[in-house]
Design a protein around this ligand. Structure first.
Ligand code: C2E
Ligand code: MG
Ligand code: MG
Ligand code: MG
Length: 283
């Protein structure tokens, strides 16, 4: 009996692996179809000035609901898109739609956009981005690209060339999820980033964890010294925002200020808040 269940376990294990592989292939096929049909949509999450809670820009985040699979989260489909060579077309689709939406926002708001590691080894990435901005007429000076430490690792020289080409037309570059990747501080000497985004892992523990507090304060001091803007990610509570302001953190993003929302909802939100601001300004 024991022996049989032992052998059975081996069989179940391979079957589970087989099921997982099948699921990935199913997602891959559905995603290819969705990308060609233009069915992946950007949602937009506000980024605010922490002191006065004014919105200063939005991060575009890809959203996909498949007919059969339902909502598939980016944490699932982005890695599959990367592995199976779909990230380029997916990214171009999302950037096109995002810039078409952001064209209708007030001029002072920026749009930030995530690039995956494999896009930083593909020298066509820069050309594709510039072609899309050209076509949609979106001002490159209002665009920021977010890259991670991991994205710089596999081929730093290639990444640097892409980033420099984009920076030449005024696109800003931010370092996303700072503090959780496998890179080193040396990266910050070699590369110039316009902005650094402090990972949610530090923000979510800032109130009850001395190490997080000290790490955040050290990051803020470093950004100040290096002349980088800073945004704290994943702020969910007022007390976290208060503490960050007290430490001198200028920018914030998180559910406290707004969840990612589609283009229509975002435009409605901007109409309301900018009308409110205009009313305030005129008394
Ligand atoms: P990210 O770039 O670090 O984006 C921030 C993630 O944190 C988003 O998850 C956002 O919804 C979530 N978030 C924001 N505020 C809060 C908060 O207060 N609490 C919590 N718990 N979460 C919060 P999302 O949209 O699921 O995206 C996950 C990741 O997928 C992104 O992390 C990014 O790495 C990747 N991703 C999303 N869209 C794209 C895309 O268009 N292209 C590429 N290459 N990657 C993308
Ligand atoms: Mg990001
Ligand atoms: Mg992030
Ligand atoms: Mg993150």
């Amino acid at each position: 009996q024991a022996k049989r269940s032992g052998r059975g376990r081996v069989v179940v294990y391979t079957r589970e692996m087989e099921e997982a592989a099948k699921r990935v292939t199913r997602i891959e096929q559905a995603l290819r179809r969705a990308v060609s049909a233009g069915e992946v949509e950007p949602h937009f999450q506000p980024i605010v000035d922490l002191k006065d809670r004014r919105v200063i820009g939005f991060e575009a985040l890809a959203r996909w609901t498949d007919r059969d699979l339902g909502v598939v989260p980016p944490a699932t489909f982005i890695p599959i898109a990367e592995e199976r060579g779909i990230i380029g077309p997916l990214s171009q689709l999302v950037l096109r739609k995002a810039t078409e939406a952001a064209r209708n926002w007030p001029d002072e708001l920026f749009l930030s956009f995530n690039l995956s590691p494999s896009q930083l080894v593909d020298q066509n990435t820069g050309l594709h981005i510039l072609a899309i901005l050209d076509r949609t007429g979106f001002d490159p000076q209002r665009l920021e690209i977010e890259i991670t430490e991991t994205g710089l690792m596999s081929d730093p020289a290639s990444a640097e060339k892409i980033v420099n080409d984009l920076r030449r037309v005024g696109i800003r570059v931010s370092l996303d999820d700072f503090g959780t990747g496998q890179s080193s501080l040396g990266r910050l000497r070699e590369f110039h980033f316009d902005k650094l985004k402090i990972d949610r892992a530090f923000v979510s523990t800032i109130l009850d964890d001395r190490p997080s507090e000290h790490i955040i304060r050290a990051i803020l001091a470093m950004c100040d010294g290096l002349g980088m803007d800073v945004v704290a990610e994943g702020i969910e509570e007022e007390a976290q925002a208060d503490r960050l302001v007290q430490f001198g953190c200028a920018g914030g993003q998180g559910y406290l200020f707004g969840r990612p929302a589609d283009a229509d909802a975002t435009l409605g939100y901007l109409r309301d808040s900018f009308r409110g601001a205009a009313r305030k300004a005129t008394g």
